[in-house]
Write a protein that binds this ligand. Sequence first.
Ligand code: F6P
Length: 356
Amino acid sequence: MKIGILTSGGDCPGLNAVIRGFAKYVFNNIKDAELIGITEGYLGLIEKEARKMQPSDFSGILNVGGTILGTKRTPFKKMTEEDQNGRSRLDLMKKNYKALGLDVLVTLGGAGTHKTAALLSSEGLNVVGIPKTIDNDIWGTDVTFGFHSAVDIATECIDRIHTTAASHGRTMLIELMGNKVGWLTLYAGVAGGADIILIPEIPYNPDTVVKMVKRRLDSGKAFNIIAIAEGAMSKAEAKMKKTERLEYRGGRATGTEMLAKYIEENAEVETRVVVPGHLQRGGAPSPYDRFLSTEMGSFAGELVKRGNFGVTVAMRDNHVTYNKLSDIAGKTKSVPENDQRVAMARAIGIYFGDEA
Ligand code: F6P
């Protein structure tokens, strides 16, 4: 059996651990298995950049960040368009799948990767996905690998900001990744003891944020920690189109700087913005993610062995399982309005900026 494997989209801790878990399962359980590593995601399939991999390639990578296969973002929209030479990218991927003699393609990636995986599956290719992303926004799985490592890193950032915020009596805004959802900020915010958590799913009122900052200062606390998601927006911004929002923010992709300035002027406190950025995606996976990645990778191997294609691995209620690619592609798992974790955070006095 000839199995192609690729990693696509933004990287995250755990990709190598999944690749290793998958390879180990395959070499131990599928007779005559051959693994073909496709480089730089779908671009490698489009360009037929691939190499045969040996069991030794998967040694010593469990705790190594990044991906040994390399990755690229190839937006889904582009998949159905022609490349600069007038060739259909979709046709090239189908042609190269055949030319490489693949029996199945295993794709590790986030939401966009899954959309392309579903497209390839609908075009007749055998595909098995594995859900990766620090954003934790893939539909149908309780958790994605990479998420908890990012939570650990983001939490450590908040911990470190705490001490400097306290020393200076400042209001610190820590802008965390997560794309259009607030999972990472919610988890790291709670774990890091943030006073205010702002996420895209709960648009905030800047005046409410100012009020909450002042309230804490009036109660004798000298500093404030605000965990703000990169996708967070005020109630006014939430009504705007993306381009209008960009203009309103003076060309900035996020509203964090604007909010910091607003708080500084209206609560009369010193503010600072900290953006950990890609630090949240770098370095070794946490032990939790090493385990989860190994479990997901190994289970993907089992799906391949069973010939269960057109699916992606998922974790539900602590059980590793799968979803049909066609059921989850194009959907986003956001923080629900009535999420019990949000309710818990509110109950212990964390503000979300929408309070009356
Ligand atoms: O999807 C993962 C993610 O890290 C998002 O949280 C973030 O918005 C985006 O990727 C950043 O992408 P890039 O690495 O292309 O700058």
